[in-house]
Design a protein around this ligand. Structure first.
Ligand code: NAD
Ligand code: DEZ
Length: 384
């Protein structure tokens, strides 16, 4: 086999450890060259110049025809993220390019971010004597169901809505019920659009379309179903919420809203930011464990593509972690001290210049983020 050239987003954790000749099972004559580039700078010209075999990305690189139409070298694309809305998977399949993402990699990190945000803004919910609050979860996949597990451990009631899964003890309500009957509503959805129907009535399948589209699922109409008391948390994708409608809603209701993702990310207006109870720069999944698990999953997928056995496990790279959920859940009031989410909020607000947080400042906060640790549960493992 020839040498392997990899273009990789420099924000992928532990690139050196996972993507070298030994870890990729290459023999001594074969070289592995890893070219690190900021995710937003991976473009068609770079791919034409470098002719890589492999592209490793995170969520800020759009993978589509305009990036790849003049390129014949790429055979594998790995995204070390859960979300795939930035990847035209249909186009990759047509080009016979293998694609892998890191499903579930940061499900604990994001669920822990949500629990921390709730207990930071409403510490009273940590008290055992409280009447149980109701957490509404929209989207009950890896993250939503993990959040449900934490909520249940804390004695909270769950109302969940996921039309693509069968009903269950957590998938137990309609969208309207979740929105109108919950104390907290947390969104855990992919970003999808509605299917277009062409003039012949046939459905044209483009990328990321769904019978239950999520773009602007939260809009003026759905916000109106929520009591002003209900806190809204979005750590999924920004465009799931119509930002203009959200601003109008907060003006009218003074709702507590927590955003980790923004409709016009990486730019955020000061006007929106000033209305939010907590705002963070898309770091809900940024724990050491979450990021390493993302790398591990695409490393395993690349090994499969190369028909070699993976030899590296992220456990070999993780420092000891003694934070145990079994202990923390008995003292939920210490969770906001475990992760100081207000510090992340303050760092984002400190970047406001001329009425906005600019894209490069948003990206810099993420690039330089000091990765948190997950608290450990018996559910934790690499294969999620
Ligand atoms: N902020 C962050 O750092 C961060 C980190 C990881 C993931 N994410 C985002 O979170 C999203 C969810 O992650 P996940 O691991 O739970 O994904 P997942 O695919 O495991 O689950 C998503 C669930 O949403 C459901 N769903 C789809 N459309 C729906 C609709 N209209 N209404 C209700 N439910 C619907 C699906 O049936 C699925 O069960 C990802 O797609 C990604 O965009 C954000
Ligand atoms: O979908 C995901 O996994 C997350 O949104 C991910 O943490 C974001 O990836 P990044 O923007 O760091 O590339």
């Amino acid at each position: 086999m020839k040498n392997l050239t990899i273009v990789a987003d420099s924000n992928i954790a532990s690139l050196d450890e996972f993507f070298n000749p030994v870890a990729l099972g290459q023999n001594t004559e074969q070289q592995v060259q890893v070219i690190r580039v900021a995710g937003r700078d991976i473009n068609a010209q770079l791919l034409a110049d470098v002719q890589p075999d492999v592209l490793l990305i995170r969520s800020v690189t759009s993978i589509n025809e305009s990036l790849l139409s003049d390129n014949n070298s790429v055979k594998f694309v790995g995204s070390a993220t859960i979300g795939t809305d930035h990847v035209d998977q249909k186009y990759l399949a047509e080009r016979n390019i293998t694609f892998a993402n890191a499903a579930g990699c940061s499900k604990h990190s994001v669920a822990q971010y949500v629990v921390t945000a709730i207990l930071t803004l409403r510490p009273q919910y940590g008290a055992k004597s409280m009447t149980p609050l109701t957490v509404g979860i929209i989207g009950l996949g890896n993250i939503g169901s993990t959040l449900a597990q934490y909520a249940s451990d804390l004695g909270w009631k769950i109302l969940g809505y996921d039309p693509l899964l069968t009903t269950s003890d957590i998938n137990n309500a309609s969208l309207e019920q979740v929105l109108s009957q919950s104390d907290i509503v947390s969104l855990h959805l992919p970003l999808t659009d509605k299917k277009d129907t062409d003039t012949q009535g046939a459905v044209s399948i483009s990328n990321n379309v769904s019978d239950y589209p999520t773009r602007h699922l939260i809009n003026a109409e759905t916000l109106a179903l929520m009591s002003p008391h209900t806190m809204l948390i979005n750590s999924a994708r920004g465009p799931v919420i119509d930002a203009a409608a959200l601003e109008a809603d907060i003006d009218a209701t003074e709702r507590q809203v927590v955003l980790d993702v923004f409709e016009h990310e990486p730019q955020i207006s000061e006007s929106l930011l000033s209305k939010l109870a907590i705002a963070t720069p898309h770091i809900a999944g940024y724990t050491l464990e979450g990021k390493l698990r993302g790398t591990q999953i695409i490393y395993d997928a690349l090994c499969e593509k190369l028909a070699v056995l993976p030899v590296l496990s992220m456990q070999q790279l993780l420092p000891l972690n003694t934070y145990l959920w079994s202990e923390l859940k008995e003292n939920p009031d210490i969770l906001p001290k475990f992760y100081d989410i207000k510090k992340d909020d303050a760092a984002l607000r400190s970047k406001i210049k001329s009425g906005k947080v600019k894209g490069p400042d948003f990206d810099q906060l993420r690039r330089d983020y000091h990765l948190r640790r997950e608290w450990q549960t018996s559910m934790v493992n690499v294969t999620v």
